[in-house]
Each structure stands twice: as C-alpha cells, then as structure tokens.
Write a new protein. Sequence first.
Length: 400
Amino acid sequence: MENKQVQPWQQYQALYLHIPFCVQKCLYCDFASYAGFGEQAKRDYTDAVCKEIALRAPEAANMAANASIYFGGGTPSVLPTKCIAKLVNALKQYGFWQQPCEATIEVNPGTADLAKLQILRSLGFDRISFGVQSLQDDELRAIGRIHNAQQALEALALARKAGFARVSADLIYGLPSQTLTSLQDTLERLTDTGIEHISVYGLIVEEGTPLASLVDKGRGRITLPDEDTAADMYELVQSFLRERGFERYEISNYAKNGQYSRHNTVYWQYHPYIAFGAAACGFDGQRRRTGLSTVKEYIGQLQSFGGDDLRTSALYNVEELSCAELLEEFMFMGLRRSEGASLAEARERFDVDVLQRFASELAPLFEQKLIAYDASTQRLRLTERGMEVGNQIFEVFVIT
C-alpha cells in the first residue's frame, strides 16, 4: 500500500492553552480574561483543563511530534506554578506535548520573579513572551498595566538569568499621552536589552472596554494621538527596528537572527492547531471549535462530565467553514507574513488558482505596487506599502 506523506495542514501543528486569569484587567483589553479569582478557582480551573485534556486524548494521535506549545491569557504567570506543572504533565501524559519546536508562556512583568521563571524553564518552556507594552510609566498607568518600566526591564533580565535564550516583548503605539519621542525612547531602551523578538501593535479602542468610555468624545477623560501622529508612530517603528537589525517577518512582528515565533507562524500558515481551556479556539483544518468563555461555565461543564463523556455541544461552539471561507482565511493569514501566501498550497488544499480566480481584483493592486508575485516560489505577498493598507487588500478575498 502506498504510504502517502501527511501534509502539514492535515495534522495539528500547534497547541494553545488558555489561562483566563489576570491580577487586573487592562483598560484596552477585550480578551476572555478575568481579575478577582481566588486560589481555589484557579485550582478548580486547572483540574477542569486537565479533565478536558484527558477526555480528548484520542486527538493526540493527530499531533505533529514537533507541534509548538503556547500558554496564553490572560496572564498565565498568575497561575500557581504547581498548577502550571499539573497542566504540563497532563499534556505530556496524554501525548499532546511531545518534542515541541518551541514552548512559549506569556508573562506579565509585574508577576515575574527569578524563582518562578526558573520553575517555568524547568517545566520545558524555552521561550517567554512579556507584555511590556511601553517603557514609560505614565503610559503604562493610563492603560491600567500593573507593572512599571523598571519592572519590565528587570523581568527581561531575570528571564535570561533563568535560562530563557528566547525572549519576546509586546509593545503598543498610539497610547494615551504617547509621543514620538516617548515611543522612540521605549524602542531604544527595549532593543538595548539585546532582545531578539518584538511584536508591535497599534492601539485599537474596542467597543465596550473601559478605555472606550474614557476616550468617548462626550467625556474626554483620555486623549489619544491623532491619526497623523499615529501614522508617524507606525513609520517610526518600521524605520527604527530596521536600523536596529530587525526583520519584519509579519505585519506586526519583528525578529533578529531568525528568532521568529514558530507557534504564531502556524496560525499565519493556516495550519491546524488544537486548543484547551475556557474561550480557547482551535482549528482542525475544516472547522473552528471554541470553548465556553466564562470560567464558571467552563468548570461547571467539565465537572458534570463523567467517564469518556465529552459533549461537544455543551462545551464548544463549533463553526463549520465552507471552502470559500477556508480560502478567504488562508489568504488573510498568509498575506500577513512578509514572504506571503503560498498559491501552490492554495491549489492543493482548496483546488483554486488564486491568480486566475481573483485576476480582476488583483490587477489594480499589482499596478499600484501594493502586492507582488514571485513565480519561483509561487507566493503572493504584500509590499511594504501594501502592509500599510493590509485590511483593504484582504477584502479582495471575501466571497459573499
């Protein structure tokens, strides 16, 4: 019998585990994360996730051996290290954590100390991602962060001391009271640490968040940089990081010495990934499965299950995706990367010739030099100018 090679889009290439707890909810955050839970709730949540892992053990057969691991949140580092160890051991016991190409955990600088970081490293995490956001204390206070600039810099140093060779930091531009000068100072101080991976995002004021209320024109308690200043901040980020030797490998991500996020690359390649925990979203190549969003509901459902009972309808929202939707999302995600989307893979997975199918829509984008095609690699990519208007280009692939 012919042994047909398994393609990357036919196996889980990554695993995401969601820790929904925070010390304090940031003013701009609309993620499924919650402050105020006590130690018992954290232990109950850990037990519930371990039960979900055990119930889904058969799915481990479809894991790539080197699938990446990512513990995100929320703030995973607010979970007691004994709980984190229990989750790691469950993943290993049931075959989900094998020989990961990388294992990342998110940490808030205000929750990091050397002992905790050393334990995380000993559990097998080899990459750490800090939510720095800014190195200006007034900007951090304005968005409700629990750490200050000095704590952030100390956390980066402690991670190295704990044995993490791979360290990443998130930054945000367009913050309240932020200026081009303060942004440049943050960039300078951060890159001076020797960090080799930085994610930079423009602030988005999500509806329903406390920040949205504070910037509401009727109240005016917080003023954000205007559009022109925000555009200048975007340009500053590009030029500064380029001069410091960072490669922009995705719209919002920059790396030196090839230190890309291998886990996030799975998302951008639109390859399957499995997810555990409240509000955790997984993708098997055909459908999305998202867990119950509230901690109480999630724990309650898992506690009610017995034996090998895993009622998908009770624990997950399952979204079946049409071929058109799959192609649309494949192009969205692939074009986020500097190297672009593989049109050869699009043909193999979705039986669509993208250049032919979207010829009329793509023609003006080629003329305006917003996109480019490399025939040797069969990749369609955004140019630097195209990345500035990426969302408009993505709309080309929406099939209604």
